[in-house]
Design a protein around this ligand. Structure first.
Ligand code: ADP
Length: 164
């Protein structure tokens, strides 16, 4: 095992990426050598930013960090895992309400692909209340979201505010 890189996939919609996501990604690197952020669309949500925009935003945020890569993926997470030969999934937990969904999702994934293991990281106290959907809503109403998202995402959100 020694010498082999420990890699994990961090899947999500990241629409947009928030300080909560960034924190989970960076903290996961205490354990993993490489993190693949996988951007997918949640079928129940109409995206605010296109996949290409989200990829560009996340690449810019982690441009100095060679341990983080960004990919876009639309199919089943287990198929991405098989394709990349990475069977470790990172997810973040904020509140009890996240637990039920995450429990079901990880159980489903493991049923479909027994090699998949999900690892859950607890949100930092600083960021527990941040969600992409809340950021989208506050931004839509021209609220200040500078405490919640990195500067490049803030700029992209502001340019949307001006247009609407
Ligand atoms: P999805 O639509 O797949 O839930 P999200 O982009 O909303 O995608 O979230 C991706 C992952 O990041 C999820 O595991 C979610 O719980 C986690 N996450 C989102 N916001 C935070 C936060 N503020 N702190 C910790 N984890 C978070």
């Amino acid at each position: 095992m020694s010498g082999e890189k420990k890699r994990a996939i961090y899947p999500g919609s990241f629409d947009p990426i928030t300080f909560g996501h960034v924190d989970i990604a960076l903290r996961s690197l205490k354990i993993f050598d490489e993190l693949i952020i996988s951007i997918g669309d949640n079928r129940n949500k109409q995206p605010l930013f296109s996949k290409e925009q989200r990829i560009a935003q996340i690449n810019e945020i982690f441009s100095d960090n060679e341990a983080i890569r960004v990919v876009s993926f639309d199919g089943l997470l287990v198929d991405l895992a098989r394709g990349m030969n990475i069977f470790t999934i990172i997810r973040g937990l904020r509140a009890v309400s996240d637990f039920e969904y995450e429990f079901q999702l990880s159980s489903f994934n493991r049923k479909m692909e027994p090699r998949v293991e999900s690892f859950f990281m607890m949100t930092s106290e600083k960021y527990f209340y941040i969600s992409s959907s809340m950021v989208r809503q506050v931004s839509e109403m021209n609220g200040d979201i500078s405490d919640f998202v990195p500067p490049n995402v803030l700029a992209d959100l502001k340019s949307r505010q001006k247009r609407s």
